[in-house]
Design a protein around this ligand. Structure first.
Ligand SMILES: Nc1ncnc2c1ncn2[C@@H]1O[C@H](COP(=O)(O)OP(=O)(O)OP(=O)(O)O)[C@@H](O)[C@H]1O
Ligand SMILES: [Mg+2]
Length: 472
């Protein structure tokens, strides 16, 4: 039993890691299409249900071996008994197979509702502050989303389990009736008393295995629904070409990056929603470029294209005047360090030389984070910071990566005037002096003179910004 548990848990943990690996190789847009709650449901609930199903399957295989050995034994002691038991079981399997379609369909329906439940739960957790501020909205949300989907899921799971219980009882009834029938003397006129007695013992033995097999059906049925969900997710993710992982060059050589006639198109429900490009843009070492433009003009999309995180519909990217093919994107990405506007901060630091760590410690002090956190054993000692402080730590984290190109999406937006000034007047020029290229999306027009070039994004088109142009 312990071995069985270990086998099933190992298989599930492998499946979980494989799905995570696949996520890391799937284009970001494809991941967005799947939706975070669905992916989380697949990684957590589905895997737990599949784990129970896997244990049930191993159990079922062991019981099947017992049943088959018993049938073989019956064949050995009295062939008609063996033939009859085998025929009963085959008929039983066919009937059960048909009968279980009904609860399995319910399990699939329950699984689909679970996605909606997960979505409403994750919104509830993320939006707890907003909901606590407005009790009316909280009550409405609880009733219309959480309670509704929780109730529907519970009802469907209960119906599914009820139907499985009915099918199991029916199966047991059929099997015991068949056993009794089998032992009627009319079916075994030539069997001796010893043979009949042995057959009774074997059949009692078989009946416990059959009973157990029938009781495993609900777990296996629900696991089937979860498995098809996970497979569908694998399918969606594999529809887009995967990003081949490559070893990043230890000292990336950077002369230029060029976006040539690059186009990206968003589609919503199959229809064109927004187009960025064609974009032509060149970046060189020690260059600071600001991208400005109104909300929704396409700045972040351009940044994703530059980072090689969005697949362009047309055009190409050239690194050091060499075209970057799809299979080279992973290596291309290793030229960049970025702080997104909705960034995620990880506490672990990689490949950090002593010299860089020492410089980062100076930077921590400069950004007034020295008394809040430090670099200890390859990680930041604390991340209990305010939102502005966390953003500064994200900058230190990017700095530690020591890559040739730095990209910032409205980094200074939530900084106080002192740090905003420090960012533009000290940190960016320092990066330039170190030979780094910087692309910063910004709305801070008072700092435009710190850039070598200011480009403007307007309705998806990139052009040079001039002080007389209307920006927003
Ligand atoms: N997933 C998406 N599907 C469809 N359209 C999208 C999607 N994401 C963004 N868009 C559209 O693309 C346009 C550009 O979005 P983008 O995020 O690049 O703008 P932005 O210039 O960074 O805006 P902001 O200043 O508000 O950050 C927007 O008008 C938006 O409606
Ligand atoms: Mg943006």
């Amino acid at each position: 039993m312990r071995l069985m548990m270990r086998l099933s848990e190992n298989a599930i943990s492998r499946a979980r890691v494989d799905l995570c690996k696949l996520i890391l190789e799937t284009p970001i847009e494809q991941i967005s299409r799947c939706g975070n709650p669905k992916i989380l449901a697949a990684l957590t609930t589905d895997m737990d249900i599949m784990s129970a199903g896997y244990r049930a399957l191993i159990n079922a295989l062991l019981n099947t071996v017992v049943v088959l050995s018993s049938i073989a034994y019956l064949f050995a002691i009295y062939v008609p008994f063996g033939v009859m038991l085998l025929s009963f079981l085959l008929v039983g399997v066919v009937i059960q197979n048909r009968a279980t379609r009904w609860p399995i369909a319910r399990a699939a329906q329950a699984r689909r509702t679970l996605d909606s439940l997960h979505e409403s739960l994750s919104r509830l957790v993320r939006g707890a502050r907003e909901l606590q501020l407005n009790r009316q909205r909280a009550t409405f949300y609880l009733e219309t989303a959480v309670s509704r989907y929780a109730g529907k899921t519970a009802q469907l799971v209960a119906e599914c389990m009820g139907q499985f219980a009915l099918v199991t009882s029916l199966g047991e009834l059929m099997f015991f009736s068949a056993l009794l029938l089998l032992l009627l003397p009319v079916f075994s006129p030539h069997a001796t008393a010893t043979v009949t007695a042995s057959a009774i013992i074997v059949m009692l033995f078989v009946s416990s295995s059959i009973g157990e097999l029938l009781h495993l059906l609900p777990d296996m049925g629900r696991a089937t629904a979860s498995l098809s969900h996970v497979l569908a997710m694998f399918d969606i993710m594999q529809q887009a070409p995967r990003v081949t992982q490559q070893k990043p060059s230890p000292k990336p050589h950077f002369e230029s990056i060029e976006l040539r006639e690059l186009i990206h198109e968003y589609t919503t429900n199959g229809t064109h929603a927004f187009k960025v490009g064609p974009v032509n843009f060149t970046l060189q070492p020690s260059e600071i470029v600001f991208i400005v433009g109104g909300n929704g003009s396409g700045k972040t999309t351009l940044m994703m294209l530059l980072l090689g995180l969005y697949e362009p519909k047309d055009g190409c990217i050239l690194l050091n005047r060499k075209n970057i093919e799809a299979h080279e994107l992973d290596r291309y990405r290793s030229y960049f360090s970025a702080v997104f506007s909705d960034y995620e901060l990880f506490d672990t630091i990689f490949d950090c030389s002593l010299e860089t760590a020492a410089r980062a410690t100076v930077l921590l002090e400069k950004l007034r984070l020295g008394d809040k956190t430090s670099i200890t054993e390859g990680r930041f000692s604390s991340m209990a910071l305010s939102s502005g402080q966390r953003k500064r730590l994200a900058l230190v984290s990017a700095y530690l990566e020591d890559r040739p190109v730095y990209v910032f999406d409205e980094w200074a937006a939530d900084q106080d005037p002192q740090f905003r000034h420090m960012f533009y007047s000290e940190l960016l020029p320092e990066l330039r002096r170190a030979g780094k290229a910087v692309v910063a999306i910004t709305h801070d027009s008072q700092y435009f003179h710190y850039a070598d070039r200011v480009l403007q994004m307007c309705n998806g088109r990139l052009s040079a910004w001039s002080p007389t142009s209307t920006m927003f």
